[in-house]
Design a protein around this ligand. Structure first.
Ligand SMILES: [Zn+2]
Ligand SMILES: [Zn+2]
Length: 254
């Protein structure tokens, strides 16, 4: 009989030593994750993450707080139906979510991606099973050069990591105008700002197709609505929207 039962296994010792020498750090706050090497974020940051739960509006995905009945269509979607079939967000906007996204968007800090992936792995993709094309909301080429990456492309790659990469289309939809960031504008200004900002570059491919549109933040839904409108105008059968986070106030996002 091996005397290994009396001691920590070599693997345990090796993992412990690696933890001390090269500690994993929380993807959001950078705190050392001693003994939590399988997690990507510390318990404090994880406790700040709040997933969106039913009941939600069947179309825009807004959480229907205090409504214990089944999901229905919210008043906003009833009075002004959006051009997309449905929109779903993974988590509510919070300080940790903001930290993750800002690191990625404005600092090109890809070390936050494992934290984002950990969150996204809990998202139910069932409503997005059958889509022909996955289209991330595009950045204008000038902004893409400034930032070094498009966060929506990276989110789409993580969300749909089980689908063939060929379904991810980064050249089907193009941002033709370098618009003012939506964060600084109110609802009416946001719509004006994005009018004719997007064009479809691969018209023949869009016709009769089912599209999953991916963006980072859903605030008023203006950006994803404008993209959906353009895609539908070019014959898309349906557009379903996924955003990493959702914020109701106009403090950030698009
Ligand atoms: Zn943390
Ligand atoms: Zn709604």
């Amino acid at each position: 009989m091996s005397d290994c039962n009396c001691f920590l296994s070599l693997t345990d010792l090796a993992v412990g030593a690696m933890d001390i020498l090269f500690p994993h750090r929380c993807a959001a706050c950078g705190k050392k994750l001693l003994g939590e090497h399988k997690r990507k974020m510390c318990s404090d940051c994880r406790s700040d993450i709040s997933f969106l739960h039913p009941p939600v509006c069947k179309i825009c995905g807004m959480e229907l707080k205090g409504d214990k009945e089944r999901s229905h269509i919210c008043g906003r979607c009833l009075s002004n139906p959006p051009p997309y079939l449905l929109a779903r967000s993974v988590v509510q906007y919070s300080s940790v979510v903001q930290k993750l996204l800002h690191g990625l968007k404005y600092g090109a800090d890809t070390s936050v991606l494992p934290g984002i992936a950990e969150i996204l792995s809990q998202f139910d993709l069932a409503p997005f099973d059958h889509c022909d094309h996955i289209i991330p909301v595009p950045l204008h080429v000038k902004r893409l050069r400034q930032r070094g990456l498009n966060q929506s492309v990276l989110l789409a790659k993580i969300i749909f990591s089980n689908k063939p990469q060929s379904t991810l289309k980064t050249d089907f939809l193009i941002r033709a105008r370098n618009t003012v960031p939506q964060t600084t504008l109110n609802g009416v200004e946001r719509r004006k700002n994005l009018k004719d900002a997007f064009i479809v570059a691969q018209k023949a491919e869009i016709g009769q197709s089912s599209i999953c549109l991916v963006d980072d933040v859903f605030t008023t839904g203006t950006t994803v609505s404008e993209c959906s409108r353009v895609l539908c105008r070019h014959g898309a059968k349906e557009v379903k929207v996924i955003t990493f986070t959702r914020v109701e106030s106009a403090q950030c996002g698009t």
